[in-house]
Design a protein. Sequence first.
Length: 285
Amino acid sequence: MQTACAHVGEIILTIDKPLWQAEGRAARIFAGSLILPPWPQPALPPFRLELHTMPTSDTSQSNRTMVLSYLAIRRAVGLSGLLLPLALGLGGWLAGVPIQDNISSYYHTSMRDIFVGTMSAMGVFLLCYRGVDWIESWTANIGCVAALCIALCPLDANSDPLFQKSIVGYLHTFSGGVFFMTLAFYSLVHFPRSGNELDEPHLWERRLVYRASGIVILLSMLAMGSYMILIPSAWKSLLNGWNFLFWMESLAVWAFAAAWLTKGRAIFADIGVELLSIPSRMLKH
């Protein structure tokens, strides 16, 4: 007799091959079960089945480390988005820089390094991020390129985002739209469909946060587009006095930060999810 070994996940099956295998009737192993072909009649050929288990600690530890690294990237992206409007708006105001018409205009102030550094960091974090499939991974890559273009291709000074004086300015405006669309796609599509990493609790509440964040991003983009294209000049001047674009961009950035921090299992995000779950738990009881 000859001996053959087959691997099924983390299990090794060792089978003695009788003469019937040479005739083309081989045993098949499927989902951990041994499926044998019809035996030659009248006698049943002898076979031996040995089951050996392999240690799983290294594999499970590696998987856990990889999941935790993804959580760290998500937290880094979320924290960057959460702090960017605060650092530019509040930090700039404390440093004597008035609130600008939009976030991108801080490039032309003393807060340039914070703006460029934060957007570049988000681009690098997205480059390092790998999703559950190639679509999610490419979404992150597109977001990475958009974030780096926002950081390195500045908006023209004292200009309307839709009417730029240079190709670089138009590239900045286009990249901003792509960046927000990428983040909305994560909140509405990628994050809600996955939720089993480290046994995420309260999946319904988490998916509510993701979808609400995506909707807020899209509504903010719609409001900004209407502001720049549709509303009359008189209303536009009025809204300019309240830095409308800056606050709409900040709202969209905070919305995507909420989604990424929730997906990253940040402590304060988990507290918010726990609070959201209280009504449903009360109804169950």
